[in-house]
Design a protein around this ligand. Structure first.
Ligand code: NAI
Length: 255
């Protein structure tokens, strides 16, 4: 049974200052949710918040380091008092620290595990109580086609595959409370993250995108809105019977 209307729902989107997270925040706000735009720096979130407000939506810029238990606690407390109890969580914050296995440092391994796995765990644990209390909730985790394996990303692919298992277990544990959990696994999406990869391998972003598009069945690279549209579906009431799934948003069946 749905106990809250869409207009009174609050969503938290991590890593929402830019890229895919910003697009998800804009989309959920357009869908009628109040959105906490959460990222490492509060000021980095202001432009996304202003855009949402200019379009008539409700949003709040929130500083959070998802790796830090106390920071997560403080951020959620602030969201509850200034926006509302969050019943939607999008674990989008992410980093890459690419290297071939023989060169990968422990710091690079840990950094990626901490943001994606520890961060998603801390955020889900901190928000699930509001969802179970409401008898309704939505958790969406950002995986990646790299979960299927990607050269130079042993840390990132392990974290993104780990998020798929995390998602399925959340679905099992929280389903009876009306809470669904799903993962989205994007392929190549045009953002600062993929621009950084182009720079690392010595290609211009245009060259990198053109080469990637040639390998993608629909003949183009993705844009953040492609992912935001899928998040919007998972968060909607229409998706209440869809849980524990991994949706590849990659312009084809595999990267
Ligand atoms: P991005 O690098 O443009 O944005 C990531 C955001 O996360 C940044 O604003 C950053 O400040 C924030 N962030 C990093 N560490 C954080 C922390 N500890 N606490 C809070 N925020 C933190 O990345 P992009 O491309 O928008 O990616 C978003 C998500 O989608 C990531 O999880 C990424 O792994 C995933 N993804 C991206 C793909 C792509 O092609 N761009 C493909 C598949 C998955």
């Amino acid at each position: 049974m749905t106990t809250a209307t869409t207009t009174s729902r609050t969503a938290v989107v991590t890593g929402a200052a830019r890229g895919i997270g910003a697009s998800i925040a804009r989309r959920l706000a357009a869908d009628g949710l109040a959105v906490a735009v959460a990222d490492l720096e509060e000021s980095a979130c202001y432009s996304v918040v202003e855009e949402i407000q200019a379009a008539g939506g409700r949003a709040l810029a929130v500083r959070v380091d998802v790796r830090d238990e106390d920071a997560v606690h403080d951020a959620i407390e602030r969201i509850v008092s200034e926006l509302g109890e969050p019943t939607v969580l999008v674990n989008n914050a992410g980093i890459i620290r690419d290297n071939l296995l023989f060169r990968m440092t422990v710091e690079e391994w840990d950094a990626v595990m901490d943001v994606h796995l520890r961060g998603s765990f801390l955020m889900a644990r901190a928000t699930q109580g509001f969802m179970t209390k409401a008898g309704w909730g939505r958790i969406v985790n950002l995986s990646s086609t790299s979960a299927l394996g990607n050269r130079g990303q042993v840390n990132y692919s392990a974290a993104k595959a780990g998020l798929q298992g995390f998602t399925k277990t959340l679905a099992l544990e929280l389903g009876k409370f009306g809470v669904t959990a799903n993962a989205i696994a994007p392929g190549f999406i045009e953002t600062d993250m993929t621009a950084a990869t182009a720079a690392r391998i010595g290609l211009s972003f245009e060259e990198f995108k053109t080469a990637a598009a040639e390998e993608i069945p629909v003949g183009r690279v993705g844009v953040p809105e492609d992912v935001a549209n899928a998040v919007s579906f998972f968060v909607s009431d229409r998706a209440g019977f869809v849980s524990g799934q991994v949706l590849y948003v990659a312009g084809g069946p595999k990267a």
